[in-house]
Design a protein around this ligand. Sequence first.
Ligand SMILES: [Zn+2]
Length: 353
Amino acid sequence: MDISEIIIAGDTPGVEWRLPVFRFKGASAAAPRTYIQAALHANELPGTALLHFLLEKLCQADEDGAILGDIAIVPQANPIGAAQAHFGELQGRFDLGSRTNFNRDFPLISLGERDGLLDEPDRYSAIDRLKRHLLDMALGAELVLDLHCDDEGLQYAYIDEAFWPEAADLAAALDMEAVFLSDGQSSAFEEAVAHAWKHESEGERRTALPGRLSVTVELRGTRDVYPDIALKDAEGMFRFLAGRGVVASTGAGLPAFAGKTVPLDNIEMIRAPETGAILFHRNIGDNVEAGELLATILVRPGVPGGTVEVRAPQDGLIVTRVSTRLARRRSDLMKIACAEPSRAARKPGTLEA
Ligand SMILES: [Zn+2]
């Protein structure tokens, strides 16, 4: 195992950012190459914990001569975001300088343009340099996993239809309860990677990418950072890597994926109709029926008729819930995975990873 650091000059004098990268050399040129990063949204740490334990397992596999494909691991992909606390609270999702989501605005290039990603760094701010380094590492692999988490959430993932159903092995390995099939229509990291593969060369447009995977994994909620679940997730990730031939393992194979597979159009984004304190009646993991009471919003507390009820638009599984208990008008409350398309309009691209 080799540890190196990518050094990115800050945008102000006296500041530079260091990004540790852990690399394992594979014994087989035929095995897929793997890139895994966590905490691109710097406040989402379940993936960092997973990678801490996965690195231990990979170091052991390395000693045993069991690493078949090259592996690169970045446990904390966003040192810039990790430094941005505001009034005592780590932000991590949006760059305070540019107000840009750290998981948007990745360059949409073809794979053939990868060689130029790191050229002329002076043209780019520190955050854009960081994004170009991350994309460059990812495009050197066939299996790319970007580890995020939701606010309060089940284990789930956004997976581009181009990788489905082949990627059901990952969903099974990580015990996911749902997979959201996405359409690859944003500039999120995983979609920039898939974009480069789909447009491998000029004018090309591939719709299926066998043997490859670029995915946003949502490892439950931001507070779900515990040694037992991180270790379990690391063991699941190791089994996924074994199944894909990245590491040699004598362990048991993977079960079939038993969770829900839902196109993004079938996700009901439940929004608050008014502003007020939220009383949730249902939790993540609950199966609800159309018309069931999900939450009461205390719009005018203490006043008769001063509450608003929020009900399920159709049957489905509650996959995520916000952790704040103050709703603002039209703010998100829940994501519910349903059998039928939502009647609410949806913008193209990942819902909000
Ligand atoms: Zn995220």
